[in-house]
Design a protein around this ligand. Structure first.
Ligand code: PA5
Length: 442
């Protein structure tokens, strides 16, 4: 299970930082459990690891097996919560070099998560001469970036295979009833998977949104969901020793004490996309009503040689939440060099993980000494079960933390502002007045 070490917050927080929040945490727990707090209709993720749709789960595995057998590449079209979770899990459990490394199954390309012409052309170039399938993911079914991108890949598939075979290579993950994508999928006869009504985009990684691409990468869904279910059980128990309670309370107390940035620290390159998922989860859940910690992330030790300077001596705005995994998946011993020209023989025979451990310990003390509170989140070995636990831990703590902050952790009204302007400037019907107003300003 995920463990938390808050000993390095000492001196930065009042002694009662946790107990002072006990009542609010208990209230937040009830709101999450019963769906009775702000945004309560979007708490379907809370019991998802127990209550997920078994029939759909089996269909996801079947579709993934088909993709693995008939496709050299899978294009996952989606943005925000409709792609970050899948990417996070594939990279964390497989590798950030997944496409270069995997032995079976398809390469996975993420598309539709931006509007870069060059990125799109590159993905087309990489898949067009290979057997490929497409998983288009959009809860609303109307988001511009994936919608435009899907139109293009749908056209490519139909040109390559003909309409009938293309149809069998397209998997649509969307709302059960509404939206343009749902209509299109029904008309064309695509296999569809559901984003449950009660689960918002950033909490959807353990639904078909994340699970189909994750299974296509050969990852064990049962172990992943099993880990999440373990976390669900453990974290539902109220009490000040609950690690999610502690994490939520610590970030809330640090925020109240003047910190405005939380930096999620990872020591594995494969953790980078997981940190992107975490940033969306916390940024969209808490950044509203003029409040909220700004979620940032770094990868150490690489970023100690770039952002490390600011963290050590720049404005004292931040604290760090360090995610540590129990042990490396492999091992590497530093070799002896008879000439010792680099003077490193004092490390010969030691595992590289020993050097990493000392870097981690040294960094922690340096940053704490520099006025940056550190909290440590410890996870076991980097496998399916642990990652399932970690996902649920962060989701659950995010719900608690949003309620402590006094916001609705499940809406994202701010995301609409740019969309409305973009629709207006693109000339979408219905936005004529806004267009005239914006053009005049530009
Ligand atoms: O968390 C969210 O709700 C957003 O990030 C959405 O996931 C994102 O905007 C994509 O929306 P949709 O899945 O409707 O295309």
């Amino acid at each position: 299970m995920i463990r938390i070490d808050t000993s390095n917050l000492k001196g930065f927080l009042p002694q009662d930082w946790l107990s002072a929040r006990a009542e609010k945490l208990a209230q937040a727990r009830t709101w999450l459990k019963e769906g009775t707090g702000a945004g309560g209709t979007f708490t379907g993720w809370v019991h998802l690891p127990r209550d997920y749709d078994r029939e759909e789960f089996a269909r996801i595995k079947k579709a993934a097996a088909k993709i693995r057998s008939d496709s050299q590449a899978l294009v996952v079209v989606g943005i925000g919560g409709s792609y970050l979770g899948a990417r996070a899990v594939v990279e964390l459990l497989r590798s950030s070099n997944y496409n270069l490394k995997h032995e079976d199954g398809p390469d996975i390309f993420f598309a539709g998560n931006g509007l870069s012409t060059d990125a799109l052309l590159e993905t087309i170039e990489l898949v067009k001469d290979r057997d490929f399938s497409v998983n288009v993911i959009s809860k609303s079914g109307t988001t511009t970036e994936p919608a435009v991108t899907f139109r293009i890949f749908k056209g490519l598939l139909e040109e390559k295979y003909g309409k009938e075979e293309a149809r069998k290579r397209i998997y649509a993950t969307t709302d059960a009833h509404k939206g343009a994508l749902k209509g299109l999928a029904d008309r064309e006869g695509y296999e569809t998977f559901v984003v449950p009504d009660a689960v918002g985009g950033r909490y959807s990684v353990l639904t078909a949104v994340g699970l189909l691409p994750i299974a296509a990468a050969g990852i064990d869904l049962d172990a992943l969901m099993g880990g999440a279910a373990e976390a669900m059980e453990a974290l539902s128990v109220p009490g000040l020793d609950n690690p999610a309670w502690q994490y939520a309370a610590a970030r809330n107390a640090l925020y109240d004490g003047g910190k405005s940035i939380e930096i999620l620290v990872g020591y594995e390159p494969s953790f980078r996309s997981f940190a992107e998922w975490w940033k969306q989860l916390y940024g969209e859940s808490e950044g509203k009503d003029g409040k909220g910690l700004f979620p940032a992330s770094v990868e150490f030790t690489a970023d100690l040689h770039s952002m490390g300077q600011y963290i050590q001596q720049g404005e004292r705005l931040m604290f760090e939440s360090v995610v540590r995994f129990g042990s490396s998946l492999g091992s590497f011993t530093i070799p002896e060099d008879p000439e010792d020209a680099d003077g490193l023989n004092f490390l010969a025979g030691k595992p590289l993980s020993f050097v990493a451990e000392q870097a981690m310990r040294g960094t922690l003390l340096a940053h704490v000494d520099g006025g940056v509170p550190n909290l440590i989140l410890e996870a076991d070995r980097r496998d399916e079960r642990t990652v399932g636990q970690l996902i649920y831990f962060f989701e659950y703590a995010c719900g608690l933390s949003g309620y402590l902050l006094g916001v609705d952790p499940f809406d994202q009204p701010g995301v609409e502002a740019y969309k409305k302007n973009m629709y207006a400037l693109l000339g979408k019907p219905g936005y004529e007045d806004r267009r005239a107003e914006l053009e005049a300003r530009l």
